[in-house]
Design a protein around this ligand. Structure first.
Ligand SMILES: Cc1cc2nc3c(=O)[nH]c(=O)nc-3n(C[C@H](O)[C@H](O)[C@H](O)COP(=O)(O)OP(=O)(O)OC[C@H]3O[C@@H](n4cnc5c(N)ncnc54)[C@H](O)[C@@H]3O)c2cc1C
Length: 291
C-alpha cells in the first residue's frame, strides 16, 4: 500500500472543504471494506484518506415523514432496525444477505452506494423502494433519485468534492408486499448470479403499483420498468407474473463471469423475477386480508 496522510475531520463542512481542496487525491473511508482492498491492490493510491468516524450524526436512522438513513449507518444496524423492517422491508431483507456478520458490522450503506459494484445486494432493494441519494459538496446540497445515481461499474453521480450524506426512502405504499431473492449457487456470502427486489401494491384486488429491480445483470443495478408496466391494472396471477418476467430481458445486459454465462443469467433473471412477484403478491394479499 502506498503511503498516505490520514485526516479525521469533525464536521461535514470540514470534510467537504478537504474534498474540495484535494479532489481526486483524497478518498473517504467509511467501513473500509471495499476501499482498503482497492488500496492494497494498488487500484487506488490516494494521498489523503479522510475518516468519517467523528461524524456520528451520519450513523443514524430517523423516521420523519420519510425514512432517513445516515450514510455511515452499518448494514448490520439496518438489518436489525425495527423501523427499517416496518417501512423498508426490502432493505431489511437485502442487508440480511450481505456477506458475513463481520463485514455487515463494518460496511456502511453510504459506502455500498459509492462503491457501486453492480452485484451488491442493497442497491436493487433501494431502487425498488424509490430511494433518493443526498450529497453535500462545496456548492451545497443536492438530491438525486437513486435510478439516476449509478452510472457504470464503480461509477456514480457523486462528484469528487462531494460527500454522500443520506439515503432517503419514502415509506412503502399501503397494501404492498415485497420479496428479495439473492440467487447464488455458491453461498449467500458470495455475490449473486442474479438478485431481484420486487414490490407489488394491490388495490381492490388489482395491481396498482409495481417495482422490480435487479442486481448483477449489467453495468449498473437496474429497474425493469417495462416489466413493471406489464403488471399495472392486472390481477396478481401466474400469467401476469410470467408476462412481466419475460419483459425483464429488455432491461438487462448480463456480463458473463464465474457466476454464470450471460444467457444463464438472463434465464435466471426471468425465473427469479417471476418467483419474486408471486411472493410479493402473496404478501400483499396477506396485508389486505389483515386490514
Ligand atoms: C469479503 C467481502 C464480501 C462482501 N460481500 C458482499 C455481499 O455479499 N453483498 C453485498 O452487497 N456487498 C458485499 N460486500 C461489499 C460491501 O457491502 C461493501 O464493501 C461495503 O458496503 C462498502 O461500505 P464501506 O463502508 O466499507 O465503504 P468503504 O470501503 O469505506 O468505501 C467504499 C467507497 O465509497 C467511498 N465512500 C464511502 N462512504 C462515502 C460517503 N459517505 N461519501 C462519499 N464517498 C464515500 C469510499 O471513498 C470508497 O471509494 C462484500 C465486501 C467484502 C470485503
Amino acid at each position: 500500500m502506498s503511503p498516505f496522510t490520514y485526516l479525521e475531520p469533525a464536521t461535514i463542512e470540514e470534510v467537504v472543504e478537504i474534498l474540495d481542496r484535494h479532489r481526486d487525491e483524497a478518498k473517504i473511508i467509511a467501513g473500509g471494506t471495499a476501499l482498503v482492498n482497492f488500496m492494497k491492490n494498488q487500484l487506488i493510491q490516494p494521498r489523503f484518506v479522510v475518516g468519517l468516524r467523528r461524524l456520528r450524526s451520519l450513523a443514524a436512522v430517523s423516521n420523519v415523514q420519510d425514512i432517513r438513513i445516515g450514510a455511515l449507518t452499518t448494514i448490520h444496524t439496518l438489518e436489525t432496525s425495527r423501523t427499517i423492517a416496518e417501512h423498508v422491508p426490502l432493505l431489511s431483507a437485502a442487508c440480511h444477505y450481505v456477506a458475513t456478520i463481520r463485514i455487515r458490522m463494518m460496511a456502511t450503506l453510504g459506502g455500498a452506494m459509492v462503491y457501486a459494484d453492480p452485484s451488491l445486494d442493497t442497491p436493487p432493494a433501494l431502487l425498488a423502494s424509490d430511494a433518493r441519494i443526498k450529497m453535500q459538496g462545496a456548492k451545497g446540497e443536492r438530491e438525486v433519485p437513486i435510478n439516476q445515481f449509478f452510472m457504470g461499474i464503480y461509477e456514480t453521480e457523486l462528484r469528487s468534492d462531494e460527500l454522500l450524506t443520506e439515503i432517503i426512502v419514502p415509506p412503502q405504499p399501503k397494501g404492498s408486499g415485497t420479496a428479495f431473492i439473492k440467487f447464488s449457487p455458491a453461498t449467500y456470502e458470495d455475490y449473486p448470479t442474479v438478485s431481484v427486489a420486487a414490490r407489488l401494491t394491490l388495490r381492490d384486488g388489482l395491481i396498482d403499483n409495481a417495482r422490480i429491480a435487479l442486481g448483477a445483470v449489467g453495468f449498473t443495478p437496474v429497474r425493469a420498468e417495462q416489466a413493471e408496466r406489464e403488471l399495472l391494472g392486472m390481477r396478481p396471477c401466474e400469467e401476469s407474473f410470467r408476462n412481466s418476467a419475460a419483459a425483464v430481458t429488455g432491461s438487462i445486459e448480463p456480463l458473463a463471469d464465474s457466476r454464470g454465462s450471460s444467457e444463464y443469467k438472463r434465464d435466471m433473471a426471468v425465473v427469479h423475477v417471476r418467483r419474486a412477484l408471486a411472493i410479493a403478491a402473496a404478501r400483499a394479499t396477506d396485508v389486505a386480508i389483515a386490514r
